[in-house]
Design a binder for this molecule. Structure first.
Ligand SMILES: *Cc1c(COP(=O)(O)O)cnc(C)c1O
Length: 358
């Protein structure tokens, strides 16, 4: 019998992919993944211990996560006439949306540089990927976007607001033009909303082709894996069919519900991160040969000579940032640093100053 090999069975596009790279981070100051650097206060950790102590892990979770959705609706001010769909991280929601639209020949349009998972999941789901370059200051090139929408007629357009890895909010008017001109669905990914303060959630009612995505990951619950999508029932009832039953586990439902009842704690942490971001921006502006870009998120993109060498030297001194050098033509010599605690940030600043001063 002939032995069947993976490359005879696995799709060509998958064979050609390299797995998403996550750097080892043990004992490092981890400033690479936009995590909230703060833990929960002891009173809240105690509450979590108490409520999870006798959880029934022998039973499947509530398939509709009713209590969690109600809490999220209130704390995140989701309009009453809009539905909510939950995902095991917003990455899972991206996958559900793309799966639903992946007819043969269907296209996904987004901007570059942008969130890497948009391209990866487009490949997983067999959507044709169209990446439209941003301007060199990472603003939207509105005319080119409008032309591309007419030309490609994408089934879905994904835009992160603020954008990752550049950190900026796109111009609201430009985004509205894009939503109006889109022949298909437009998904605004608001993963960094806690640090930006601007949202398209209130505009859902104005546009029948708009969905808005959020996540609790950057807010401080990355380990729980919970993302949410908000939009009209017509859309969400279709997407719900693709959501695997019980995708939100019991522990996530229980803990996220409880933590979101103390949303003020997470908001205060986001406030502290924003203050550290301001100080970090001010410091980077003083460094010769470093160009830092404005950020409405919990990270800062900056450009400097010999970025890949600086990246390795930071790593040797125990600091992990994201190296984006060579990842896109607009990101030549760029690194991205997540805003950590004031102490982590000071250590990063001193180390960087040391390295570029030499
Ligand atoms: C981090 C990030 C996400 C992923 O969030 P999860 O909910 O943790 O899967 C989604 N979109 C953007 C733009 C991100 O940067």
């Amino acid at each position: 019998m002939a032995l069947t090999l993976p490359d005879q069975i696995v799709r060509q596009e998958i064979l050609a992919l390299s797995a998403y790279h996550i750097s080892p981070a043990q004992d490092m100051i981890k400033l690479d993944a936009m995590e909230n650097p703060y833990q929960l206060p002891p009173f809240l950790n105690k509450e979590i211990s108490r409520i999870t102590a006798d959880v029934c892990i022998n039973r499947y979770p509530d398939p509709h996560a009713t209590a969690l959705k109600e809490t999220l609706r209130t704390t995140l001010s989701i309009p009453a006439e809009m539905d909510i769909m939950l995902g095991n991280g917003s990455d899972e929601i991206i996958q559900i949306i793309m799966l639903a639209a992946a007819k043969p020949g269907a296209k996904l349009l987004t901007v570059e540089p942008g969130f890497a998972m948009f391209r990866m999941i487009a490949t997983f789901t067999n959507l044709e990927y169209i990446g439209i370059p941003l301007r060199s200051d990472f603003s939207l090139d509105t005319d080119t976007m409008l032309t591309a929408l007419r030309h490609h007629q994408p089934a879905i357009t994904f835009l992160a607001y603020p954008n990752n890895p550049s950190g900026n909010l796109f111009d609201t008017g430009a985004l509205e033009k894009i939503i109006e001109a889109s022949p298909g669905l437009v998904v605004i990914d608001e993963a960094y909303h806690p640090f930006a303060g601007k949202s398209f959630i209130e505009k859902l009612a104005d546009y029948p082709n708009l969905l808005v995505m959020r996540t609790l990951s950057k807010l401080g619950l990355a380990g729980l894996r919970l993302g949410l999508l908000s939009g009209r029932p017509e859309w969400l009832s279709q997407l719900e069919k693709l959501r695997l039953p019980y995708n939100i586990n019991v522990i996530t439902q229980l803990v996220a519900t409880r933590v979101m009842q103390h949303y003020d704690v997470l908001q205060q942490q986001a406030e502290a991160i924003k203050q550290t971001r301001t100080r970090l921006q001010e410091f980077l502006a003083t460094l010769k040969g470093v160009e830092a870009y404005p950020s409405d998120a919990n990270f800062i993109l900056f450009r400097l000579d010999d970025a890949s060498r600086i990246f390795r030297q930071l790593q040797q001194r125990g600091i992990l940032v994201k190296n984006l050098d060579n990842s896109h033509s607009l990101l030549k010599n760029c690194l991205r640093v997540t805003v950590g605690t004031p102490e982590e940030s000071d250590y990063f600043c001193n180390t960087l100053q040391d390295l570029v001063g030499k």
